[in-house]
Structures are given as C-alpha cells and as structure tokens.
Design a protein around this ligand. Structure first.
Ligand SMILES: *Cc1c(COP(=O)(O)O)cnc(C)c1O
Length: 347
C-alpha cells in the first residue's frame, strides 16, 4: 500500500529532470572555491536575498550553527522563539559547539514583537549573559507555519540592531513566505546580518542550504564550515539540483499552499480537528484533535496504517506538510483517510 507522506516537506525525492541536471553539472573542488556550479548557486542566492556573499552548506542546521558561531562568543545569549528549530531541534548545537545560551521567547505562533524582543535583551553588566544575537524563522515551523509580517520583522530587527545585537533569519521556508505574500525574499532579509534558505524542504533537493551575509561574515562562516567538516569537493552535482529547483520549483510552491488550504477545508468541516493557532499560510498545517478517544501519537499510528503519514510534535500538536511529492488528488484522499480515522475513535 502506498502511504501518502505528509510527515515533512523533506520527504521529497529528486525528480527525473533534477537528476538529469545533476548529471550534467560542471564540477570542481568546492573547498578551493573551484566548483563553478556551486559558485553560480551562491551568486544567485546572495543576489536574490540581497547580500554580497554566500556559502553552500550541507544543511540548514549547519547554517544556524555556523551563524551562531560567527555572531556570538562562548557565554553569549541568543534570543529566539521557544519552539524554534534552533531551540528545539538542533541537539543544542548552539550550546554544545558555540557555547551560546538560548533565551527563548514564548509565543503563540512563533512570531514575537519588538517589545518582547526588547524585554528579552539583557542590560549589559558583570553578571548577566551578554545578549548577542536574535534569530527568527520565516516561516515559523513548529509553532504553526506563520509568516512574519514585514513590519514586525523590521521592528524586531531595529530593536536588535539598536542594542548592538546581530540578527539572523532562519529562512528554511523563506521562499514559501515570499510565494504566499508576493514580498521579495530580499525585502524580508533587508538589514539582517545573515539569512539562509533550505533546498531540502519545499524545493525538493536531496542536500543543501545556502547561507548569506557580508563578505566578512562569509569569510568567518567558511572557517567554521571547514572546522565542522562541512567543506565539500565536487559539490556542483548538488548545487545543480538547487539551481534546477530555483528555476522550476519556486513558483509551484503556490500549489503546495493551495493543497494545504484544501486539506484544512476538508478537516475543518469535521468537529474533530481544531486549528486554533494559525491557519496555514503556506505548506505547514498544525492542528490538534478534539473529542477523540486516542491521543496524538495513537492517531498518527492509526492514520499511517490507513495510508497517511503525519507527525505528532513534542508539543502535542499534529503537523501535516504539503510538498511536491503529493498531488491535489493525494490531499483529497489524505483528508478522507484522516477523517475516517477520526470517526473510528469518535467518543
Ligand atoms: C528544517 C529546518 C531547519 C534545518 O534544516 P536542515 O536542512 O533539515 O538541517 C532549520 N530551521 C527550520 C525552521 C527548519 O524547518
């Protein structure tokens, strides 16, 4: 039986045309900056995000870690939403490797205000940790897939910059936000010290993320990438997939967003699913169960057996994700299966 996999937008596999583009890639030694395809990718992403320079990374997790290593010193504090990936899902790399403590802000949807950011920044002194960095996610992930409104983003940036902090955008799904709002990626990232996009989420590549910043930021980032074992050789094979995705998989993110809306519409018509936090703005759908005799983990097990894989998050919510591996027909089918699963356990 085929399982419709809505667990994550990382579950995509490279398309045949992407594989063909990878096979054709011109390559060289990336560690020596001699891979032409990787250079083309970095040039393209840095231009689209409005930065002078960029570096190709194996993963978004390494982008966040390397940015933290560049922006902070051991003992410094970084400010981020409590449910953010950097706080919850990076094995405390910021603490373990960069020596940075996290000062989490609790929010309903992953978006904090300039006032909340100001309150989290500590007054300089002998005894307090030094507030060094603010990190936001566009779009938010585990707290609900919200899009940061541009004015909130700018106000938070200005509060951080005024206090002398470095600013970082985890743009794992920045292009989803841009696709949904029509606001250019470089408009969102304007004035932020660093930002990255992931190629292994909605863009459907097997590996890779690109981290952008100033020339000096990227020089420092390169040293950390090397130290962490992230330097590559003929990475053009991977960069070619990313360039292919920029050409062919960006506009179609709108299809994922429409599929997410369809799934919500179908589920919302039933009393068993509640979408209290945020309605899906993009491709992430967070919801909870109500009036069922199963908990989130059990529901996920039963749904998977019935043919739809979704994810129970540690915070008790369920997450479904649309991506290029699922069609509108799959979504209609997935909705029917999730509803039938709920009916089985209706109290
Ligand atoms: C997936 C994700 C990451 C990490 O990216 P990887 O490429 O999987 O390492 C970081 N932040 C957010 C918001 C993510 O969704």
């Amino acid at each position: 039986m085929r399982v419709i996999d809505l667990y994550s937008d990382t579950k995509t596999t490279p398309t045949d045309t992407m594989r063909a583009a990878m096979a054709r890639a011109e390559v060289g030694d990336e560690q020596a900056d001699e891979d032409p395809t990787t250079r083309a990718l970095c040039d393209r992403v840095s231009a689209e995000l409005g930065y002078p320079s960029a570096v190709f990374m194996p993963s978004g997790t390494m982008c966040n870690l390397v940015a933290t290593l560049v922006h902070t010193r051991p003992g410094d504090e970084l400010i981020a939403d409590a449910e953010s990936h950097i706080c919850t899902t990076e094995a405390a790399g910021a603490a373990a490797i960069a020596g940075a403590a996290v000062n989490p802000i609790r929010t309903a949807d992953g978006v904090f205000t300039a006032d909340e950011c100001r309150a989290a920044i500590r007054a300089p002194g002998r005894t307090a940790p030094r507030s060094a960095m603010v990190c936001i996610e566009q779009t938010t992930n585990f707290s609900g897939g919200a899009i940061w409104p541009l004015d909130t983003l700018r106000q938070v940036r200005d509060v951080a910059l005024d206090a002398g902090l470095r600013t970082h955008i985890d743009g794992a799904r920045l292009l989803n936000a841009s696709c949904a709002t029509g606001i250019a990626p470089r408009t969102y990232t304007e004035g932020w010290d660093s930002a990255w996009i992931d190629f292994t989420k909605g863009l459907g590549c097997p590996v890779g993320a690109v981290l952008c910043g100033s020339e000096s930021f990227v020089r420092d980032a390169w040293v950390w990438k090397y130290r962490l074992g992230g330097a590559m050789r003929q990475s053009g094979v991977l960069a070619a997939a990313a360039l292919h995705a920029l050409d062919h998989h960006v506009e179609r993110l709108a299809d994922d967003h429409a599929n997410a809306r369809l799934l919500v519409e179908r589920l919302e018509a039933e009393p068993y699913f509640s979408f209290s936090a945020v309605k899906p703005a993009t491709n992430l759908i967070l919801f909870s169960l109500r009036g069922l005799s199963v908990d989130a983990d059990q529901f996920v097990r039963h749904a998977t057996q019935a043919g739809v894989r979704i994810r129970a998050l540690p915070n008790g919510k369920l997450r479904a994700t649309t991506h290029l591996g699922v069609t509108t027909d799959d979504i209609a089918c997935a909705a029917a299966i999730l509803i039938a699963t709920a009916w089985r356990y209706a109290a």
